[in-house]
Structure formats: structure tokens, C-alpha cells
Design a protein around this ligand. Structure first.
Ligand SMILES: Nc1ncnc2c1ncn2[C@@H]1O[C@H](COP(=O)(O)OP(=O)(O)O)[C@@H](O)[C@H]1O
Ligand SMILES: [Mg+2]
Length: 179
């Protein structure tokens, strides 16, 4: 059963939590030092599941969770360090300063790879070269399925910004062929 399917250029469909993690693993094999990945999508869309897959592929230490307090949690020990950020509670005006206090500007785009949940309002600050990934519930379930409380699939959309971002987006598309 293929729970993860590429449905177009930069577009994927994931029908399970495990499939979204698998997509993250694929991304994790491609990431290099300095890469910045922004993860967008409403609460529960699957951003953290994707991040868990990245951590697994890198062999990063520690569990990737949804931080309620820390803006930035670094996971050393893997092929490259992984920095996991969750900016949900940041507001756009004071956010940059708080990110600085959390040490984000010392690591994002520098050592390791950075995964930034809710990073879109800070996209320009996070770097001119980045991968933007959005996850959304596919609202196509028939009425009966909704009544049965079936989880909708997720659509994953990938957009590369800048030369490195575009290269990563292409590599993801090409990697799919070898599955
Ligand atoms: N296809 C899917 N991809 C990712 N998560 C899914 C999927 N289907 C159901 N889920 C569930 O949705 C939730 C996603 O949670 P999480 O990754 O923490 O979201 P976010 O970080 O975007 O708020 C989990 O409870 C997971 O089990
Ligand atoms: Mg999350």
C-alpha cells in the first residue's frame, strides 16, 4: 500500500501519519548544513510528524516534539545537527527579537539544518534561500466518512525559494522515482 504519493510537481498526498514521516525521512536524506525549511499548515496538519521523519533520517538525538515553551530545540548527534523551531506563539512585531534571544540567529542558515514550524511570517528573516512546505487536510471525504470520524489525507506542497531552495525541491521530486 502506498500511503505517500506524488500527485504533481512539488505536490504529494499523504494518507497516514507514517506516510508524512516518510516524506520527512526523504527530505532528511537531502538536507545539508545551512538549509532552512519552513513548515506551514494549521494546528494538527502534520508539521511535527514531518519533522520527526527528518530527525530519524539524520539520526538526530532526542525526540522531536511540539515545544510549548521553547522556540528552538537543537538535536545534535546526527549526520548534521537539526534545529527544530516552532514559532506559533510569536507575534510578528516582537518576534525577531525573541528569536534572537532564543539564539536562533546563531544557528539558522549556519550550522545544521533548520526546520521552522509556523515560520511563514518570518520567512524573509529566516533566509533568502529556503524550502517552504505546506500541509493541509484534504477536505474530500464523503459525508459518511466524516461521520465515521475518518482522518482526511494531507496534501503536501513544496516550494523552493532561491537557488538552494529550488535545488532541494527538484531533488525531492526526483528522489520519488527511486522509491
Ligand atoms: N496523513 C497524516 N499526516 C500527518 N499527520 C496525520 C495524518 N493523518 C492523521 N494525522 C494526525 O494528525 C496529527 C498531526 O499532528 P502534528 O504533526 O503535531 O501537527 P502540527 O505540528 O502541524 O500541529 C497527529 O495526531 C497525527 O496522528
Ligand atoms: Mg507542531
Amino acid at each position: 500500500m502506498t500511503a505517500l504519493e506524488r500527485v504533481g510537481e512539488g505536490r504529494w498526498r499523504s494518507s497516514s501519519e507514517a506516510a508524512t514521516r516518510r516524506f520527512g525521512e526523504l527530505l532528511g536524506t537531502l538536507l545539508e548544513e545551512g538549509d532552512v525549511v519552513i513548515l506551514e499548515g494549521e494546528l494538527g496538519a502534520g508539521k511535527t510528524q514531518l519533522a520527526k521523519g527528518v530527525a530519524r533520517a539524520l539520526g538526530a538525538e532526542g525526540e522531536v516534539t511540539s515545544p510549548t515553551f521553547n522556540l528552538l530545540v537543537s538535536h545534535p548527534g546526527g549526520r548534521i545537527p537539526l534545529h527544530h523551531l516552532d514559532l506559533y506563539r510569536l507575534d510578528a512585531t516582537s518576534g525577531a527579537e525573541e528569536l534572537g534571544e532564543a539564539g536562533a540567529w546563531d544557528v539558522v542558515g549556519e550550522d545544521g539544518a533548520s526546520l521552522v514550524e509556523w515560520g511563514a511570517p518570518f520567512a524573509e528573516l529566516l533566509g533568502p534561500e529556503r524550502l517552504e512546505i505546506s500541509l493541509a487536510r484534504v477536505d474530500a471525504a464523503p459525508r459518511e466518512a466524516k461521520d465515521l470520524d475518518v482522518e482526511p489525507a494531507r496534501e503536501i506542497n513544496v516550494r523552493g525559494v532561491g537557488a538552494r531552495g529550488e535545488a532541494l525541491a527538484r531533488a525531492l521530486d526526483e528522489a520519488e522515482a527511486s522509491w
